[in-house]
Write a protein that binds this ligand. Sequence first.
Ligand code: B12
Length: 218
Amino acid sequence: MSNMESLVEAVKAGEEEDAVTYVKAVIEEGHEVVNIVASLTDGMREVGDAFGKMELFLPEMVMAADAMTAAMDELKPLIEASAAGMVAKGTVVIGTVEGDVHVIGKEIVVRMLRANGFEVHDLGYNVNTLDFIKKAIEVKADIIGASALMSTTMPNQRELVKLLTEMGCRDDYHVIIGGAPVTQPWVEEIGADSWGENAAKSIEILEGIAEKIGKNNV
Ligand code: B12
């Protein structure tokens, strides 16, 4: 088994110490951070699928999440190092919607955005819809990002777009939404602007937006 495979297996099994050992090994081997993150994300999706089929239970999902977080902490300096000396490409307000505590994916996006020169205001999780907007107005954001991981909390992404429209400021922001259950048809249905399918795709889309609004300084 390669170190990358062992890393994914360690995360899936919730073996935090092994996850740290193997993530250090794959960093040492020179794997691209985006590829490491993509492998870990696939592993977490498998955990979720197994949970959905009741092949594993909540404590195991919690342990997998902790192992994933420990692995991500090792990657943090690598991701952040590339941001040094950049001028902000745009200001992003981001959070996980109300009723939802899933943060792992959103935090990956936050780190990658910062690493790519965006100014990011991370509101955390269980974020009230109006709080996204208040913060966006306060920091003069260009982009609002909302994460939702559950079918029961996705309606809060719709609520965000609706409230922006009602407040007359919909056109002031590019609204990007993400989270495993989000799809392009959902983006269109609720009137958001784009779908951050994964961290790499999200950066690609928002780099394009930065260019459009004239904030691409690189
Ligand atoms: C880890 C996990 C947890 C952890 C979360 C830990 C944490 N600190 O975040 C814990 C154990 C706490 C947890 C709790 C629960 N969970 Co949970 N969880 C998961 C799991 C396995 C993985 C999620 C994850 O971290 N994936 C890895 C990351 C990297 O991927 P990602 O989130 O998709 O993010 C990527 C993209 O989507 C995108 N992205 C994500 N957000 C954003 C935002 C923006 C702006 C952009 C641009 C891009 C973007 O970029 C990311 C990086 O590439 C999923 C399964 C799944 N298929 O997603 C279930 C899952 C989401 N959970 C589920 C459930 C049911 C729960 C609980 C209700 C369980 C319970 N009975 O208590 C609670 C929810 C509590 C609550 N109110 O929120 C269900 C949801 C089902 C549904 N209703 O839709 C899932 C789908 C599992 C399943 N198959 O049943 N969970």
